[in-house]
Design a protein around this ligand. Structure first.
Ligand code: DSN
Length: 415
């Protein structure tokens, strides 16, 4: 990375972040490493251009090339996910979700989403977000029996609460989501179904998780998690809802689209059509399954009994350490995870009984089952002595050495 600009303060911090990403084990389930093509596209002159509107219907002159780029992104999203319509303009997953609310709900309407304390997302009806403030939000839990979705229970809640929108999707759920069952429930109560596949979009694209296409009225996603594109959002639907969703995104909730990001989405969507990407997604799941099993062997409790996707939740109660303390100790050791509530947690969201572990980023670096074993062993050793700074320093060095064996940005930048 060339860091000889005039703004040395910011450039130095960028350099340190590059170093952190290169020499840490990133196990935050929602993070990934984009390649140089996606990075370069995001850092290009398209950032200069206003293009309010949609291809061929812009409010500014000079949009000819942008029209083509956005059309390519739309076409690729439609092909990859097998949908009739795609809007590639949402700035984020939250904006994509907000656009769906804006398209089909009035303020005060009832929405039913997964409880945030059980794996749902802020925008699925949590109180501090627009989704819980401006709408009557009710939630479904995971079953107390097995910490999995219980579709009979969800059906019962839907019958009682009569939501106008049901949200299927999660930020911290490790099992398969049955979108067809969700659609049955939505039809029974006359609700729209929105599938938020932000976490699992890459798996869905690769055919490794059942697709919500053909079941959900709306599919929303981020583009930067398992999908491994730029930070942004995407919303898809059938042709009959296209007008509603387009006018909800612009001019409903957004102004000018981020055309450099849309171009980078197009680049990433093309990458996601390759056999190499499918193989990458297969390895993400293999790595997550392997880690979850190994962690269980080491005496940790895995929420929902294991994983079918890219992540799993670890209940730290048997190890007598909180999620917050674990996050701090692991970060000091060069291992990035996030503290996470587990279903029916008795601790606060700032403390938590669990951590969430995801494999998309380490898999991008080329790490496989063998490396997952080493990572589990390092996590276990650190959490046996969370206050031992010299042990954490030693682990930090081990992590650095391990990362050197799987270079990523150091292949293209002088770090
Ligand atoms: N913040 C994301 C996550 O970490 O899961 C969800 O948007």
């Amino acid at each position: 990375m060339k860091l000889d600009g005039k703004d040395t303060k910011v450039f130095e911090l960028m350099r340190r972040e590059l170093d952190r990403e290169e020499y840490s084990l990133i196990l935050i389930a929602s993070e990934n490493y984009v390649d140089e093509d996606v990075l370069a596209t995001q850092g290009c002159v398209l950032t200069n251009k206003y293009a309010e509107g949609y291809p061929s219907k812009r409010y500014y002159s000079g949009c000819a090339y942008l029209d083509e780029i956005e059309s390519i992104a739309i076409e690729r999203a439609r092909t990859l996910f097998g949908v009739e319509h795609a809007n590639v303009q949402p700035h984020s997953g939250s904006s994509a979700n907000m656009a769906v609310f804006y398209a089909v709900l009035e303020r005060g309407d009832t929405v039913l989403g997964m409880d945030i304390a059980h794996g749902g997302h802020l925008t699925h009806g949590a109180r501090p977000s627009f989704s819980g403030k401006w709408y009557r939000a009710v939630s479904y839990p995971v079953s107390a029996k097995n910490e999995m979705l219980d579709y009979d229970e969800i059906r019962g809640i839907a019958r009682k609460e009569r939501p106008k929108l049901i949200i299927a999707g999660a930020s911290a759920y490790s099992k398969i989501i049955d979108f067809a069952k969700f659609r049955e429930i939505a039809d029974e109560v006359g609700a729209y179904l929105m599938a938020d596949i932000a976490h699992i979009a890459g798996l869905v694209a690769a055919g490794l998780h059942p697709s919500p296409a053909g079941h959900a009225h709306f599919i929303t996603t981020t583009t930067h998690k398992t999908l491994r594109g730029p930070r942004g959002g995407l919303v898809m639907c059938n042709a009959d809802l296209a007008k509603k969703i387009d006018s909800a995104v612009f001019p409903g909730i957004q102004g000018g689209p981020l055309m450099h990001v849309i171009a980078a989405k197009a680049v990433a969507l093309r990458q996601a059509m390759t056999e190499e990407f499918k193989e990458y997604q297969r390895q993400i799941i293999a790595n997550a399954k392997h880690m979850a099993k190994r962690m269980a062997d080491l005496g940790f409790r895995i929420v929902s009994g294991g994983t079918d996707n890219h992540l799993f939740l670890v209940d730290l109660t048997p190890k007598n350490v909180t999620g917050n303390d674990a996050q701090i100790a692991l970060e000091a050791s060069g291992i990035m995870v996030n503290k996470n509530l587990i279903p029916f947690d008795t601790k606060t969201p700032g403390v938590t009984s669990g951590i969430r572990i995801g494999t998309p980023a380490v898999t991008t670096r080329g790490m496989k089952e063998k490396e997952m074993e080493v990572i589990c062993e390092m996590i276990d050793s650190v959490l046996k002595r969370p206050g031992d700074t010299s042990f954490m320093d030693g682990t930090r060095e081990r992590v650095r050495e391990m990362c050197k064996g799987f270079p990523f940005y150091s292949r293209i930048y002088d770090i």
